[in-house]
Design a protein around this ligand. Structure first.
Ligand SMILES: [Zn+2]
Length: 208
């Protein structure tokens, strides 16, 4: 694997946790399609990819770090600045509002912005407030990644809670519709298995 690709994969952190949150929101906001919430949950990372490939946003591996889970200092100064992420979230929310109405637009925008909040917990003080870290204000991040076990546990907990509330919600709809229930169980299994797999890959660093 090329260095560039390996490093790009190395950026796929906290994906499972973001998906868990999307599943949780779906259980409360049933009219919003699950895929739109999943897309919103990782929207900032999606926009990050072309900027990373263009060299605008970069990642530095911590010197001497072992494994890959949470061992990067990520200079995503546009997509992961507070103002930049609010802008990108509003943009996605506006697109969702045009398609599904105002309420869904707001929900999608908030889920997109939740990405920044979850990232804030794990990142190592590398997230700026303003795009391009204008004004050199202090960068933020609580650095839960310093304890990979703790942050992976938090992610896993988010995933399980999200999948469970989602599954529980699919039980409640139209008791006569056995089809929907079976589909709900299948999607829950996919979220759990897919999320756990992603987390395991991240945690063990086998994607590098
Ligand atoms: Zn991110």
């Amino acid at each position: 694997m090329t260095q560039g690709k390996g490093r790009l994969l190395g950026t796929r952190r906290v994906i499972a946790g973001h998906f868990g949150l999307a599943a949780f929101v779906k259980s409360r906001e049933r009219r919003t399609p699950l895929w739109a919430l999943m897309l919103a949950a990782v929207w900032l990372d999606i926009v990050f990819v072309p900027l990373f490939l263009a060299g605008v946003e970069t990642i530095q591996r911590l010197p001497g770090a072992r494994g890959s889970y949470g061992t990067g200092i990520i200079y995503a100064d546009y997509t992961h600045s507070l103002v930049g992420s609010a802008f990108l979230s509003a943009l996605l929310g506006a697109a969702a509002a045009a398609r599904w109405g105002r309420r869904t637009g707001i929900v999608v925008a908030l889920v997109a912005l939740s990405h920044w909040v979850l990232d804030l917990v794990v990142h190592r003080a590398d997230m700026p407030l303003l795009p391009a870290n204008a004004g050199s204000l202090p960068r933020l991040g609580f650095g839960l990644w310093r304890s990979p076990t703790a942050s992976a546990s938090v992610e896993f907990a988010l995933l399980v809670v999200g999948a469970w509330t989602y599954w529980h919600a699919t039980r409640g709809i139209t008791p006569a519709a056995g089809q929907d229930r079976r589909r709900g169980t299948l999607v829950t299994a996919l979220i759990l298995i897919g999320g756990t797999l992603l987390l395991a890959l991240d945690f063990t660093g086998t994607d590098e």
